[in-house]
Design a protein around this ligand. Structure first.
Ligand code: S3P
Length: 440
């Protein structure tokens, strides 16, 4: 069903960011691996996270939904073979972290997912886990569906990540919990560090050292058990990015987004907007702490925007924000250049192709590069009027709807159902701010 976002004169108001997707998956998985009951509040109840809840339940944890965002997970300290295939839907994070979490137990599990997930590479997870002693069947081509086989005699590894990926790092660390010896993960550039922080919260010892080239070396001793705890999930900066962008590009925009996690492994987009040369009006006020993460109230307001060359060192800390950056770039004056971001090719869609197609369909000059894209800003509202193919990608659908709020003509999106994977309240929040999005 096609949805249309109509241009509106203002985007104003206050909304609360939904629970962070990365932290929500991790809280469920760590609680399920721990012994005893953990209470989780503020959990993102998006489809991706609910698939992870189903998976840990199928592996032996007791998972109870107590109320909105409130969950109790009672782990038994290990996982057992599930009776049915584990279906991770659209979720790369759920499927990849769970392979790491299952690796150290003598179990077999069939894993599957939707069309988008079945097209995404799993070799990046399976290769290191196999060298630790896990195995997989029917995994030709390194894609789902496949049968994953864990081992209770896993060996620690010293692994240099071939790409900057928090999912790969996290899968290896989760496997390392149940391996013999010390697991070492070396990352070329710092990626989101929620696994390291939350492992400490659940009582594990994790040693993290910065390397001189901007990377990290993470060490984890095997044989550590996790202790159940209560966790409150901070708000998702990647979801807040859509709301902030809607304010920035609006002719009259001013929003306050409460409960946003502020973590330097996630804030590249806000750095580029505010501190960088784009000139966006973005502010942050301290608002406490949740699950070892800093929380801020974020404000964003309309501003004349300038194109920017995104520094490659910031790419991992804004890896999910390139679709919405493409939208902001379309409204800016001058050229925006993204490079060193080849990982975008293997997200929920090929995001380099999808962003460029979204912009071109709406009269914006944009060009693909093997490792990024270039956008010629319109110096104000782009023409709009196009139909955007979401390609099973929630962030493409949300970006296109945000763009429609301030383009010259309405923008249509062919499918918005997958927005529920990461931000089920997106439509409500956008309407609260004054967006006019309809299924006509
Ligand atoms: C995530 C890591 C990133 C990110 C994804 C969530 C995580 O993926 O794009 O949305 O929670 O660890 P990669 O590890 O593939 O970079």
């Amino acid at each position: 069903m096609t949805w249309t976002s109509y241009p509106v004169p203002m985007i104003r108001g206050t909304v609360r960011a939904p629970g962070d997707k990365s932290c929500s998956h991790r809280a469920l998985i760590f609680a399920a691996l721990a012994n005893g009951p953990s209470r989780i509040s503020g959990l993102l109840e998006g489809e991706d996270v609910l698939r992870t809840a189903d998976a840990v339940r199928a592996l032996g944890a007791n998972v109870e939904h107590l109320g909105p965002g409130e969950w109790r997970v009672t782990g038994v300290g290990h996982f057992l073979s599930p009776n049915a295939p584990l279906d991770f839907g659209n979720s790369g994070t759920g499927s990849r972290l769970m392979m790491g979490a299952m690796a150290g137990f003598g179990l077999r599990a069939e894993l599957t997912g939707d069309e988008s997930l079945q097209a995404r590479p799993m070799g990046r997870i399976l290769d290191p886990l196999k060298s630790m002693g896990a195995s997989a069947e029917n995994d030709e081509g390194g894609r789902l569906p496949l049968t994953f086989v864990g081992s209770d005699t896993l060996q620690a590894i010293d692994y240099a990540l071939p790409m900057a990926s928090a999912q790969v790092k996290s899968a290896i660390l989760l496997a390392g919990l149940n391996a013999n010896g010390e697991t070492i993960v070396r990352e070329p550039r710092a990626t989101r560090d929620h696994t390291e922080r939350m492992l400490r919260g659940f009582g594990a010892e994790v040693d993290v050292k910065r390397t001189p080239d901007g990377g990290r070396e993470i060490r984890l001793r095997g044989g550590q058990s996790l202790t159940a705890m209560d966790a409150s999930i901070p708000g998702d900066p990647s979801s807040a990015a859509f709301l902030a962008a809607a304010a920035l590009i609006s002719p009259d925009g001013e929003v306050l987004i409460e409960n946003v996690m502020s973590n330097d492994t996630r804030d590249g987009f806000f750095q580029v907007l505010g501190l960088g040369s784009m000139g966006g009006h973005v502010g942050a006020e301290e608002a406490g702490e949740a699950a070892g993460e800093r929380i801020v109230s974020m404000s964003a307001a309309s501003a004349p925007l300038k194109g920017v060359s995104v520094p490659e060192r910031l790419v991992p800390s804004m890896i999910d924000e390139f679709p919405i950056l493409g939208v902001v770039a379309a409204f800016a004056t001058g050229e925006t250049v993204v490079s060193g971001a080849e990982e975008l090719r293997v997200k929920e869609s090929d995001r380099i192709g999808a962003v460029v197609a979204m912009l071109q369909a709406n009269g914006v000059e944009a060009e693909e590069r093997p490792d990024g894209f270039v956008v010629q800003g319109c110096g104000g509202p782009p023409p709009g009027g196009g139909l955007v193919e979401a390609r099973h990608d929630h962030r493409i659908a949300m970006s296109a709807l945000v763009m429609g709020t301030a383009a010259e003509a309405p923008i249509r999106v062919d499918d918005i159902s997958m927005i529920a994977t990461s931000y089920p309240g997106f439509m409500d929040d956008m309407r609260t701010l004054g967006a006019d999005i309809r299924d006509d």
